[in-house]
Design a protein around this ligand. Structure first.
Ligand SMILES: [Zn+2]
Length: 424
């Protein structure tokens, strides 16, 4: 069985908690599992592998948010920045601050010592002067020592006025200023920490893509609100719990009426299904799923790709299971916009025939079942162990280390070409 291939289309996986839950089969986690079970295990179960933040994740997420989330959502979750600041920078800055604080402490000690040394010199002078007065008076009791006493008085006064070492003092001031600057940076980083940073260039690009989506004639028919936008569906099918998050779901008016109560958690799933069974006419059992996608280029897009069809089919089954709508009454569409064309960004709406969707369902289901088995047994086999040099993982700890050899250190025997047949 082949992996649920990408066909070069990027998968818009976002990293919310929704995606981190690994108790339900989602299309994207199943797809990752089909690429390499070990990679799936390391990503979702043991969490020893974290996918680096690719720019296209952010891009797709931002475009999605711009067109499908309520006002304020973008500002709450994204921040436009000149240059991206890595969270690890915070640790470095904290260490820098500690270093400078130690320097200041050292300089303060030095300053104190220098001051004490200066005072010691003066104290010695006072001692000498007092001794001189004492000797003078011993020799000649009525001698005039006013001048000598003035000298002692002045020395004593100067003892109080011993100034700090200017070089050290300036050093401390400048370092204190550095700390203030660093602290400001640190505060900024911490403020950014729970938001997704987007560079100016990408932000503008995403806005153009979002505008292309909004400009598509079909867009005015899509209202994004709490019952249509980003709906999470869960169902139990063939013994496996599964889930999906739909960008946009349009239901018939009478279905919308009941679904709104369910979405607002004022109705259980059983109550909802009971209402649908008893109150919704057959002809009102319909829905339209629209998934918003960003692709490299509409010009070169292959809308027939496995990812789009597989995912839509998966969503279709989830909606059918939950809302008791026959699959053939659930239209599945992709509203795709490109991000590469440098002249005019453009968008197009695609709808899939039922055959197109059905074709992939058995394959996806087989992977879901395998995934479920692994969930139960805790056994995950790496793509390398399964496929040798036909593996396409190269990412998990097994497949990236001596990527073809099942016994690392042993040579990979070559007797035929590696690319002798097209996998797709
Ligand atoms: Zn692997």
């Amino acid at each position: 069985m082949e992996a649920l291939a990408d066909n070069n289309e990027e998968e818009m996986v976002t990293k919310d908690d929704y995606y981190k839950d690994n108790l339900n089969a989602s299309y994207s986690s199943t797809k990752l599992y089909s690429r390499c079970e070990t990679l799936y295990e390391q990503t979702y179960v043991s969490k020893t592998y974290e996918e680096p933040d690719h720019d296209y994740f952010t891009y797709g997420k931002l475009v999605d948010a711009m067109v499908s989330e309520p006002e304020g959502f973008v500002a709450e979750h994204f921040v436009r920045v000149e240059r991206k600041v890595q969270p690890e920078m915070a640790l470095k800055i904290e260490n820098d601050i500690k270093g400078i604080e130690a320097e200041i402490a050292e300089k303060q000690t030095q300053m104190k010592e220098k001051k004490e040394a200066k005072k010691e010199v003066i104290k010695e002078k006072i001692g000498t002067a007092m001794m001189a007065i004492k000797k003078k008076v011993e020799k000649k009791p009525d001698v005039d020592v006013t001048k000598d006493q003035d000298k002692v008085a002045k020395l004593t006064e100067s003892l109080e006025e011993v100034s700090e070492d200017q070089v050290l003092a300036k050093g401390i001031v400048s370092r204190t200023e550095s700390i203030a600057e660093l602290q400001l940076k640190l505060d900024n980083i911490k403020e950014l920490a729970d938001k997704i940073q987007v560079t100016n260039a990408m932000w503008e690009d995403a806005e153009e893509t979002a505008n292309a989506l909004r400009a598509h004639p079909s867009f005015s028919n899509l209202t994004f609100n709490s019952v249509t936008s980003q709906q999470i569906f869960r169902s139990q099918r063939n013994g496996v719990p599964r889930k999906g998050k739909l960008d946009h779901l349009k239901l018939s008016p009478s279905l919308t009426k009941f679904y709104a109560f369910y979405a607002a958690e004022q109705m259980t799933l059983e109550e909802l299904q009971e209402r649908i069974r008893t109150n919704v006419h057959k002809e009102d059992l319909w829905a339209i799923i629209t998934d918003v996608k960003t692709c490299r280029s509409i010009e070169k897009l292959e809308p027939y790709n496995t990812h789009y069809r597989g995912q839509l089919g998966y969503y279709q089954d989830l909606v059918s299971d939950t809302l008791l709508i026959p699959v053939e009454n659930i239209k599945c569409r992709i509203l795709a916009a490109d991000k590469l064309s440098n002249t005019y960004k453009t968008a197009e709406l695609f709808e899939y025939t039922q055959e197109c969707l059905d074709e992939l369902k058995p394959d996806v289901e087989a992977w879901v079942q395998l995934w479920w088995q692994s969930q139960q047994t805790g056994v995950y086999t790496s793509a390398k162990a399964k496929l040798g040099w036909h593996q396409e993982c190269f990412t998990c700890s097994e497949c990236r280390n001596a990527p073809f050899s099942v016994h690392p250190g042993q040579p990979v025997m070559v007797s035929e070409p590696r690319f002798n047949k097209s996998i797709n």
